[in-house]
Design a protein around this ligand. Sequence first.
Ligand code: HEC
Length: 234
Amino acid sequence: MLYTMTLLVLGVGYLFAMIQVFEVYAGRDGKPGLSKTDLVIAYSGSHSDTRLEASLKGAMKGMLPAQEREIIFGWIHMNGGVVHRGGGEEEFNKVVKPIIEKRCLTCHGGQNPHIVKLSNFTDVSRVVAKDTGMDVFSLIRISHIHLFGLTFIFFISSMIFVQTYIHPMWLKTLLIATPFIGILLDIASWYLTKIYTGFAWVVMIGGALMMLVFATQWVVSMYQMWFYKGPPEL
Ligand code: HEC
């Protein structure tokens, strides 16, 4: 009964964890569902345009003449695309602010809380900040939580699973080792995705391995506890 109840509650917990993962990461690339791109954006940032550029090439294109748009793009790409607060602000006030005041503030002056406010340098900085994904300190915080938490989950579930009857032995061993390797692969890849975006695949593979093994351990343990009589030779 202890094992059954523990597996039941852990199973529900795992479901909620999967919903949470989906809620947090799916759709970041603008397409529904969870993809490699969503994870790349989460861990290493969007490598395409800043929000301001994307909107001026898209929905906001008609709001200003092309040559004024080029002036704003020029300002964004000064200093190698990093809008430094010091020098960037001076230049902003000189060349960008007049354009925004003339063309944008009728809608972006802060009157409507659902439209991004662009009335000063700080507001505009927010839509041109380079998106570099989750910062390392946040990653460290969630790393230690996951390392401890997932180890507890798989230790408990594997302690139940070791008592099942499974042959060949290597298969059982593999089913016990895999989730722990999955945890390490998954978490290491959060950091590695910042360096090389291909590691987003490893994040997905690590997560998928953990989920598959958890489901297998769960089903086999439950089935053998309640229905399986064991092979005749036992
Ligand atoms: C007629 C009103 C209007 C004017 C003028 C206008 N905008 Fe917008 N803008 C909107 C609305 C409404 C939205 C939000 C709707 C959306 O996200 O599609 C928006 C969204 C944006 C966004 C946010 C896009 C995102 O990623 O969420 C940016 C950046 C932006 N506008 C920049 C500008 C700039 C720069 C100008 C001036 C050149 C400008 N807008 C002029 C109405 C306006």
